[in-house]
Design a protein around this ligand. Structure first.
Ligand SMILES: [Zn+2]
Length: 176
């Protein structure tokens, strides 16, 4: 067997797998692509179990948002393999790693106020953890939303992350 042809075929099979649709509007590619992984040559491909966790996130959170607002979601970061976490200084215990039956993504909808979007999710969907990240009052497009979903049980925990004196502070987010 020609080694190059074999590995070429494996590569295209992997890519095809990534373009797999998880729901009507969300692909696995959107949840795994990373410019840093690409630049550093890190293989950010999830295992079958991690794909199941990402799919549960897409089915239960991302697609319902997409369907309700009827606008594309911009996913800035979904799955991060451990090596990618280390590279970007993210915790390897982050739910972005998509282990332990859970997965997380950071996203926004360009024309929707991030706080209004987070409030809609909080009122309508089950999440393990939601974070309104670095939103500045009076700047609708500032920051983004982090949401995780667990196939096991969901805590419905909502936090707001803000930078205070150069440090990231997480506080419970229950009101506005
Ligand atoms: Zn995140």
């Amino acid at each position: 067997m020609d080694q190059n042809r074999t590995s070429g075929r494996l590569y295209s099979q992997q890519r095809r797998k990534l373009f797999m649709k998880l729901t009507a509007n969300i692909t696995l590619d959107e949840l795994t692509k990373s410019q840093i992984a690409e630049r550093k040559g890190i293989n950010n491909n999830p295992s079958p179990e991690q794909i199941e966790n990402l799919k549960a996130l897409a089915v239960n959170i991302l697609q319902p948002i997409r369907s309700h607002f009827d606008k594309p979601l911009i996913i800035s970061s979904g799955f991060r393999c451990a090596q990618l976490c280390i590279e970007i200084g993210s915790s390897i215990n982050s739910q972005h790693v998509a282990d332990d039956e859970a997965a997380a993504a950071d996203f926004e909808i360009p024309s929707v106020d991030n706080r209004e979007l987070a409030k809609w999710i909080r009122a309508n969907l089950e999440v393990d953890q939601g974070i309104l990240e670095f939103y500045k009052d009076g700047e609708p497009s500032s920051g983004w939303i982090h949401c995780s979903y667990s196939r096991n049980s969901n805590r419905q925990q909502w936090l707001r992350a803000q930078r205070v004196d150069g440090k990231v502070q997480y506080t419970p987010w229950i009101g506005e």
